[in-house]
Ligand binder design. Structure first.
Ligand SMILES: C[S@@+](CC[C@H](N)C(=O)[O-])C[C@H]1O[C@@H](n2cnc3c(N)ncnc32)[C@H](O)[C@@H]1O
Length: 179
């Protein structure tokens, strides 16, 4: 009986930790599952939001909390648009960078590891549009993050925030969002 448990435990560790690494899917089965969930449930909304942004040639889009990078990929389909993606997770930054490596090499895209609250790699008034989806609930200081976004946005810039209503209700939307 004990042998059976040992074999089961070894199998669980193999499936959860090592196989995903061997096959370079993700660092763990949990991370892999999170990415699959995002792709399945979030990506249609992200693609729809990018379309609504009506990106113009020679404009720059900043996407925060890019996850595996499907928003960045979609935005790059618009001719002459530059895209800067930011995420706090090294795994997500790696996946997104790999997905848009060609555009990074051409200088049209950059994918940055960082916190939305601290966009120090950008100067004032550099981006035309800012987009984030399923993101603001994770910000530990909403007011400071919004100030930082305003700093990097050109005058007249537009920010599109994608949220799930049920999450927003739980989160108790911050009044700074409506200023
Ligand atoms: C639920 S996922 C959403 C990903 C993608 N936007 C989507 O809708 O599928 C949240 C993402 O936000 C990132 N994130 C969380 N807090 C962040 C912060 N303060 N700054 C930048 N990225 C953050 C996480 O690493 C994760 O990739």
């Amino acid at each position: 009986m004990r042998g059976c448990w040992t074999i089961s435990s070894v199998l669980v560790v193999l499936v959860a930790v090592f196989l995903p690494r061997i096959y370079k899917i993700h660092d763990s089965i949990f991370g892999w599952f999170a990415v699959q969930t995002m792709v399945q449930y979030n990506s249609p909304g992200v693609l729809d939001a990018i379309e609504k942004l009506a990106l113009k040639e020679n404009s720059t889009l900043l996407e925060l909390c890019i996850g595996p990078g499907y928003g960045v990929q979609e935005a790059l389909r618009y001719k002459g648009v530059k895209v800067i993606g930011v995420d706090v997770s090294p795994d997500m930054v790696k996946m997104a960078s790999e997905a848009v490596q060609g555009a990074i090499d051409e200088g049209r895209a950059s994918v940055v590891l960082g916190d939305a609250r601290n966009l120090t790699f950008l100067g004032d008034e550099q981006v035309d549009k800012v987009f984030h989806m399923n993101c603001c609930y994770f910000w530990d200081n909403v007011e400071d993050t919004l100030k930082e976004i305003l700093r990097v946005m050109k005058p007249g810039g537009v920010m599109l925030s994608g949220v799930k209503f049920e999450q927003l209700q739980q989160w108790d939307a911050h009044p700074a969002f409506f200023k």
